[in-house]
Design a protein around this ligand. Structure first.
Ligand code: AMP
Length: 319
């Protein structure tokens, strides 16, 4: 599969790389690393990375403006469904490649490389480079490292396999990665976010069956001087709480006129429950968008039932 993808990369002079809306470090790192690797290997090609950016991730590279798409190859990373591709219409491209680690949702009509056991889209880019003549350097390896670290929550999620560790260890050795500096670029944050995290810890509500949740209104975000993307950056820090199996943040996003729902689980599979709310994602790390804060009560009820069923099924004891 990787050799077929490489053949297309070699064949096309113009390549656009896209990823999902609501950019996160893995989406950004994987697209930038792939772009850098293609340009390092084929400096004469035109390679653009597109989609809406975030000031937070400028250390990973600069996004480009989409130009004409005639005779252009589109590579979509980290995105299982067409509706969540950011900034491009797949019908405008001559050929489409999807490289993704989410559970399969729909075919994009081209080459599909899906490995939902992979830790991250960045790990798949690492494999693509490893298994083809595409080149790597320290800059590319650093980006890939950051994408993997971010999507595995510092190798704490069960998507970190022995394969992930082996590949990362080799990359650290081969490219002499300075991981302390890399962690700083990924995790350094304003004091306001830390204060908001403290507020969330103090104000989390927990349902009977172990769903912790918080509703974060625009007024509250303003009070802490943070934006609607900030709570999502800290949701992984609420893992490993005795009383909590599933936790959800509901954040008012005035700019997009919706409520961002971010959910994590350390037991029940949650992505299937969120499909009903215009959402999806991974088994234990999922998101959704709802229209009003009132709808969040129904989401909480659904998640609570999931937790109840999970406890009653005895799966908890097996894990
Ligand atoms: P987040 O909580 O936003 O970090 O998202 C966790 C996971 O769920 C990521 O893999 C996202 O791509 C996915 N996700 C978030 N929002 C949605 C949505 N509205 N629809 C489908 N998947 C989503």
């Amino acid at each position: 599969m990787y050799s077929d993808i490489y053949k297309l990369i070699k064949e096309f002079d113009k390549i656009v790389i896209a990823r999902h809306v609501g950019v996160d470090p893995d989406a950004m790192a994987s697209t930038m690393a792939l772009k850098d690797s293609i340009l390092l290997t084929f400096p004469e090609k035109k390679v653009l990375t597109v989609g809406s950016g975030s000031n937070k991730f400028t250390y990973l590279g600069k996004l480009d403006k989409l130009e004409d798409t005639i005779d252009t190859l589109l590579i979509v990373l980290d995105t299982p469904d067409i509706r969540r591709i950011d900034g491009v219409n797949i019908a405008d491209f001559k050929k489409v490649v999807k490289i993704d680690h989410h559970p399969f949702v729909e075919d994009f009509g081209g080459i599909e490389h899906i490995d939902d056991k992979a830790s991250s889209a960045s790990e798949l880019v690492l494999e693509l480079i490893r298994d083809t003549p595409l080149l790597m350097d320290k800059n590319i390896a650093s980006k890939i490292y950051l994408g993997i670290v971010s999507d595995t929550n510092r190798f704490m999620f069960n998507n970190s396999t022995s394969k992930t560790f082996l590949q990362v260890a080799k990359m650290i050795k081969d490219y002499d990665l300075e991981i302390d500096k890399l962690y700083e670029s990924l995790y350094l944050r304003p004091l306001n976010e830390v204060k908001l995290e403290g507020y969330i810890g103090l104000n989390l509500e927990v349902t009977e069956n172990g769903v912790a949740y918080i509703k974060l209104t625009k007024n509250l975000l303003d009070e802490f001087k943070v934006d609607a993307a900030s709570p999502g950056n800290m949701i992984n820090n609420f893992n490993y709480i005795n009383e909590v199996l599933v936790w959800a943040f509901f954040t008012e996003d005035v700019k997009n006129d919706n409520i961002r729902v971010s959910v994590r689980s350390r037991g029940p599979v949650i992505n299937t429950a969120l499909v009903k709310y215009n959402g999806g994602g991974h088994k234990y790390a999922s998101g959704a968008r709802i229209k009003t804060m009132e709808e969040s009560d129904q989401v909480i009820k659904d998640l609570d039932i999931l937790c109840k069923n999970y406890k009653e099924s005895g799966e908890q004891l097996e894990n």
